[in-house]
Design a protein. Structure first.
Length: 505
């Protein structure tokens, strides 16, 4: 959640600067909801940033009732797409867990209890196995430029409002900046091709060992379609009928149950997960009572620049989707097994791994802040358990790293064993911090330290909770995206998720 400034509307903001700065001297936090000018200030900032409140305007978004999305939901929840049939897409991306897994770092294959998701999920090694925090699937349809923390699925044209549909897409199966002819119709379809190929996430060590991504996908398609070398691998198989219904086709399995259609169905299900009906949207669209006093004060801090008493948050978390879809180095703590970078092989160089640009070393994609309240832990490695901790880090990474607990007592799945499990974590993070300092000295990093009062920080966090769609905290509302117990299970491998107490998610 990189910290921010203004790309547009500086004139309107400047008109407010004198009043806002003087108010900040007494504390923006002292203002009340009925105080003169607070709504006027926010309305001016909203206009200056050209905000509409709804980032989905003008987009074509499938409903969950769409037949292809329904097929995608069934596929999303089957362990039949796991190489060893012990993991599913939903393993790391459950709707009731914020579209993620509520863990700092995921455990995909090989879990002790494959149906236990979220806190309490364990691996025999007693440590997380996936090197990066699971991004939320919520609002995936709104991304136009990049998916994944390092942007390794990328729209080459980056057309606004198109989700990657208007030009070619680059993926890990193609060279950097080169189109992947098999990417699919949009970014979400391209993304759906890769979790099944990850050894740690879904593939496992032995499935199609030594073979490429194409062989993995072909094998999985044959397994679902019950044809070729993968016939009869599943305990039951009703997938052909589901594909025929979804795609309104009478074609046979070899023609219809192909991985391209698997990816398209998975993408349709994920694209239907649109959650943007937030209090902030209501406020932007005219309801002055939609925000609390603290949320309004926090919004002023969020959208104002430092010169106007704010925190510059909106320079990176910009627009109605609250992201510039760019990459920034904030020296977020590097915990976990890493991606194989650095002298000890347990660091993560972020976007640099893809682009090779020195300016992108340790840089990660700016996440959207919509529903951020429910999508923690935070950071590319999930090092911060709370939203407030993440905000404090953004304001001053150097101070946050100096105070960070390298035992990782705040990361429940590590159980305070941070220094034992990850002895190089502090040095690796220091390398990112050194890079941040060097970039600032060279004028390459526009994110400067910001000092806020404790109350102002609380207000910013309060504002961020105004970006939560109530549906994502309501199990009854989310039930549309979770197969019911009496829904037909096409292969007998549906993942019926439970929490650490054995209660259904």
């Amino acid at each position: 959640m990189p910290a921010l400034s203004f790309h547009r509307g500086r004139t309107a903001v400047a008109l407010l600067a004198t009043y806002t700065f003087l108010s900040a001297c007494d504390g923006v936090t002292d203002r009340q909801v009925g105080a003169p000018g607070i709504d006027a200030e926010l309305r001016a900032l909203i206009a200056a940033h050209d905000l509409q409140g709804d980032p989905s305007l003008g987009r074509v978004i499938p409903g969950i009732e769409d037949p292809v999305a329904q097929l995608g939901m069934a596929l999303f929840f089957t362990k039949g797409l796991g190489g060893d049939m012990d993991s599913a897409c939903v393993t790391c991306h459950h709707p009731t867990l914020g579209g993620g897994d509520d863990l700092a770092l995921p455990i995909g294959v090989g879990a002790l209890d494959v149906d236990l998701l979220g806190p309490g999920r364990r691996h025999p090694s007693n440590a997380p196995t996936v090197p990066r925090n699971a991004p939320t699937t919520f609002n995936i349809v709104l991304w136009d430029q990049y998916l994944f923390h390092d942007g390794r699925v990328e729209s080459l044209g980056k057309e606004a409002g198109q989700g990657g549909r208007a030009s070619a897409i680059r993926t890990p199966d193609s060279a950097f900046d080169m189109a992947d002819a098999q990417a699919g119709v949009d970014l979400s379809a391209a993304q759906a091709r890769f979790p099944v190929t990850s050894v740690e996430e879904m593939r496992g060590e032995h499935f199609e060992a030594g073979n490429g991504n194409g062989a993995v996908r072909a094998h999985l398609a044959q397994r679902l379609g019950n044809y070729g070398a993968a016939s009869d691998e599943l305990p039951g198989n009703g997938w052909l009928q589901r594909f025929q219904t979804a795609f309104n086709s009478s074609a046979d399995a070899e023609s219809l149950v192909r991985y391209d259609n698997v990816a398209e169905a998975l993408a349709a299900y994920q694209r239907s997960q649109l959650f943007v009906d937030t209090p902030w949207k209501a406020y932007v669209q005219g309801d002055a009572s939609a925000l609390s006093p603290a949320q309004k004060r926090g919004a002023l801090v969020f959208f104002n620049g430092v010169e106007a008493g704010g925190a510059n948050c909106a320079s990176c978390h910009s627009g109605d989707f609250f992201t510039d879809e760019d990459f920034h180095n904030l020296a977020m703590p590097q915990i976990g097994p890493g991606k194989g970078d650095g002298p000890t092989g347990d660091n993560d160089f972020g976007r640099f791994r893809e682009s090779g640009e020195e300016a992108m070393r340790f840089a990660f994609r700016t996440p959207s802040l919509l529903n951020v309240e429910v999508t923690g832990p935070y950071g590319h490695a999930g090092a911060y358990a709370t939203l407030r901790e993440a905000v404090v880090h953004h304001l001053d990474p150097e101070a946050a790293i100096a105070a960070f607990d390298w035992d990782l007592a705040n990361v429940p799945q590590i159980a305070g064993q941070g220094r034992i499990l990850y002895p190089n974590a502090q040095a690796n993070t220091q390398a990112a911090l050194d890079q941040l300092r060097a970039d600032r000295s060279a004028g390459l990093n526009r994110i400067a330290p910001v000092t806020l009062s404790e109350q102002a920080i609380d207000d910013v966090v309060a504002f961020l909770t105004a970006l939560t769609d109530p549906c994502v905290e309501d199990r009854a509302c989310l039930s549309q995206w979770i197969p019911a117990e009496d829904d037909v299970d096409p292969d007998g491998l549906r993942l019926f998720a439970v929490d650490a107490n054995g209660d259904p998610l």
